[in-house]
Design a protein around this ligand. Structure first.
Ligand code: C2O
Ligand code: CU
Length: 551
């Protein structure tokens, strides 16, 4: 394995989208940010210099960081922020991951513009489990706001109301040529007939599950979240914030009887709850055949065909096809004996408006909140990792509940008003080293059911089950796939349904778990696992490196 070095300068830069110039925070002036390239098993050292004017941290999404929570990045969970003028060196330890991951800011709403791809190739001397693609094309899906997003966030913290929705979805930072002043910037991917391309697709957005497809072409999914899948071919994929999909595109337009030289790639929101506002724009990019005659490349590409905004059946049908590859080189290892069973309800709630404000802009004049097992996570002011390491008291409590504190018909829409309320707390779950954990996430309809992309730091997990309605402890485990379930770091818990995951807690440290919809995480849809040290030296957390920022 090899060491790679990157310098990330956090700084402001001016970008124009939708005809307006705006100052955004970037890495090295780039938006989207630079791509990190590595091979499986490599170590990537990233020096982050904060030349902006606000506190920031960076997270390496989907990297397990074995024994090294110190470089994981979530603000006030594993570190204090890097203050303006300060710097921090992150050691990103790649172990089992192979495929596509990404990095993003993990402070306030900074990840809106501070994100980029991590491309992890097979170890030297090993190969992809499919024919080597002619080229690889990173596709970062995201959103653009005309307003300053952190200002919107500040406002919502004051009013207790919703954070406004984005103005447009984007592909590689661009909305595409359906939008004013956007034609020249539209992302273009050049391809040649007869060749196969690997699309490394990332949903870096804050708020939307997205359908993505390429007009006139099918996609063969070969991986998700940097683990290989059994290949399956679809017209469109569905990708939630936090997830990645590796898909092969065969440039076969002639074989399909088409004479066009240009095709749209397109991304559009799947709104699992259409009662709340969502970004209803369609972002496009262009796939261009360089060997097509100029006339065929001049016209307007055919309009993209994607499922409807509310097509939950299309999304469920897609997700049901995900299976771990399970080859000799990429075996499946689902833990069979569970040590810790947890059932965790997911809810959007309210808390009373803070004193000083007469009323807030959330439901019933209250403040929006969100919870896991009715605990609305409250970020401490000293990071939990440091508090754990140095045994500082009063920063967190260890009584995060294993079960919902009260049982009701979780997925029924008529939830009595008293159930809307939750309580804030900084509660964590402590695990023995190596314990096998099964978490069943249960969506609730408290203030409206919707999908939730639940993300775990420090581990990938097997998604062993998924279903609609209330999880039934007696009958649903019999439906689990314990043979070849997908191995992911972000699972989309279906609206008014449940998802069951399993992982082995063989990574000592402090690991955040949260909804990857940014407003839900901000409202408290989060918790933390503390995994204790094991007995052997290889089972102990690394020592605190020098140079960690102070709060
Ligand atoms: Cu991609 Cu905690 O985040
Ligand atoms: Cu959520």
């Amino acid at each position: 394995s090899k060491n790679h070095h990157y310098d990330f300068f956090i700084k402001e830069a001016n970008y124009t989208r939708l005809c307006r110039e705006k100052t955004i925070l970037t890495v090295n002036g780039q938006f989207p940010g630079p791509t990190i390239f590595a091979h499986k098993g490599d170590v990537v050292v990233v020096n982050v210099y904060n030349q902006g004017d606000k506190n920031i941290t960076i997270h390496w999404h989907g990297v397990d960081q074995p024994r090294n929570p110190w470089s994981d990045g979530p603000m006030y969970i594993t570190q204090c922020p890097i203050q303006p003028g300060a710097n921090l060196t992150y050691t990103v330890i790649l172990s089992e991951e192979e495929g596509t991951l990404w990095w993003h800011a993990h402070s306030d709403y900074d990840r809106t513009t501070i994100h980029g791809a991590i491309v992890i190739h097979p170890k030297l001397g090993t190969a992809f489990p499919f024919k080597k693609p002619h080229k690889e094309i990173p596709i970062i899906l995201s959103e653009w706001w005309n307003a300053d997003v952190n200002q919107l966030l500040e406002e919502s913290r004051k009013t207790g109301g919703e954070v406004s929705i984005s103005d447009v979805n984007t592909i590689n930072g661009q909305p595409g040529d359906f939008f004013a002043c956007s034609k020249n910037g539209t992302f273009k991917a050049a391809v040649e007939s007869g060749k196969t391309y690997l699309l490394r697709i990332i949903n870096a957005g804050l708020a939307n599950d997205l359908f993505f497809g390429v007009t006139g072409h099918r996609l063969t999914v070969v991986g998700t979240d940097a683990r290989y899948t059994k290949p399956f071919t679809v017209n469109n994929i569905l990708i939630s914030p936090g997830q990645t999909v590796d898909a092969l595109l065969h440039a076969d337009r002639a074989a399909n009887g088409s004479s066009n030289g240009r095709y749209y790639m397109a991304a559009r929101t799947l709104a699992s709850n259409t009662d709340i506002g969502y970004d209803n724009t369609t972002a496009t990019a262009i796939l261009e055949y360089t060997d097509a005659p100029p006339a065929a490349r001049a016209g307007r590409p055919d309009s993209p065909t994607l499922p409807a905004f509310n097509d939950l059946n299309a999304s469920a049908a897609y997700t049901a096809q995900l299976r771990s590859l399970g080859s000799k080189a990429h075996p499946v290892d689902v833990p069979m004996d569970v040590d810790e069973h947890m059932l965790i309800t997911i809810a959007v709630n309210v808390v009373p408006c803070a004193t000083g404000n007469a009323t807030c802009e959330g439901p019933g004049g209250n403040r929006f909140a969100a919870s896991l097992n009715n605990v609305s996570f409250h970020l401490p002011t000293l990071d939990i990792l440091d508090a754990y390491y140095r045994s500082v008291r009063g920063v967190y409590e260890t009584d995060f509940p294993d079960m919902p504190p009260f049982v009701f018909n979780f997925t029924d829409g008529n939830v009595p008003v008293e159930r809307w309320f939750t309580k804030r707390g900084t509660k964590v779950k402590v695990l023995e080293y190596g314990a096998v954990v099964e978490v069943v996430f249960q969506d609730t309809a408290i203030l409206g059911a919707e999908n939730h992309p639940m993300h775990l730091h420090g581990f990938a997990f097997y998604v062993v089950g998924m279903g609609l309605g209330n999880f039934n402890q007696t009958t649903d485990p019999a439906t689990y796939n314990l043979i070849d379930p997908p191995f992911q770091n972000t699972v989309t818990v279906p609206k008014s349904g449940w998802a069951a995951i399993r992982f082995r807690a063989a990574n000592p440290g402090v690991w955040f778990m949260h909804c990857h919809f940014e407003r839900h995480s901000e409202w408290g849809m989060d918790t933390v696992f503390i995994v204790k040290d094991g007995k052997t030296p290889e089972a102990k957390m690394m020592r605190r490196p020098p140079g960690m920022p102070r709060c």
